[in-house]
Design a protein around this ligand. Sequence first.
Ligand SMILES: *Cc1c(COP(=O)(O)O)cnc(C)c1O
Length: 349
Amino acid sequence: MENSFDINNLVRENVKTMKPYSSARDEFKDFDVAQMIFLDANENPYQNGVNRYPDPQQSSVKAVLAKQRNLKVDQVLLGNGSDEVLDLLFRAFCEPKTDNVITLPPTYGMYSVLANINAVENREVLLSTDFQPEIDAILEAVDRNTKMIFLCSPNNPTGNSFDDESVVTLLQNFKGLVVIDEAYIDFSKKQSWLNELDEYPNLIITQTLSKAYGLAGIRLGICYASAAIISVLNKIKPPYNVNELTQQRALERLADKEKIQLEIDSIVIQRDDLLKVLNEVNFVSKIYPTEANFVLIKVDDANKRYNELIQKGIVIRNRTTQPLCENTLRLTIGTAEENKKLMEVLKSI
Ligand SMILES: *Cc1c(COP(=O)(O)O)cnc(C)c1O
């Protein structure tokens, strides 16, 4: 497959012929920037920390991420949340009204929203009842216009990871792009698929600073892929898609690995405490295995229990309308204090 795979066969025609937009700042990066007078971008010259346009290539943030993940900087692309990264994938590879993608409900809602926005057909192949990909059905749904398959692992809202075997089968047999959304990977005992990037030229991995890294408010999503794929995405990304404040806060936070790990560890401990209590709640009929910072449960009457929790001041997510998720609720793991309150309320109703 390595030999036969050519990303150019998947790129939209209009993107293929594009050159990356060159912003004012891109052109002078080899000079001693501190010594230069910048009169090129119509900025206000008075310093306030953010009067200049941000680095369009986000070099500092990407350097830190590449080092921490043992990758090269040209294998990394950043976006305004993973939602922007996912949108860029549609816009780079899917011809509107012609191409299609495959998603595996119940899963993250943005894949279908983005398919709709981009006028791309979304072929939904339901997960099995234990929430694993149905490989034969997926490969049957593929045709020559299928550009991407989205695998969310650990999956939202179910919480489980997909079997390695299934993922490998898709990577080896599907000639388009396999996108693995690892938004929750830091809560899982499983290895990230990042280590397999060199093995599979059609593998794309998205991650985010919104969950384990505690930075949902700054909007920073990450795409890891081959340098060839990243350079296609760089052609079409808006030049200043990650603002200066976001880059600064991301750098500060990424430098604090110990603190992030402590928070993740404590969330995982709280999750295990909650699971024990859920076992004893009589209206909970099923607790789905979770490798994320949330747990999906099946209850007797999701709407009723959802409203009861709201009355007690606790907001969770009702997933009952999702396929295979009748009468399910998704509970995010909070602080120890929040979790204690949740457990008390669950026991009391
Ligand atoms: C929360 C979440 C994201 C994060 O999206 P951002 O735009 O980076 O905040 C991505 N994928 C899944 C499956 C999620 O649940």
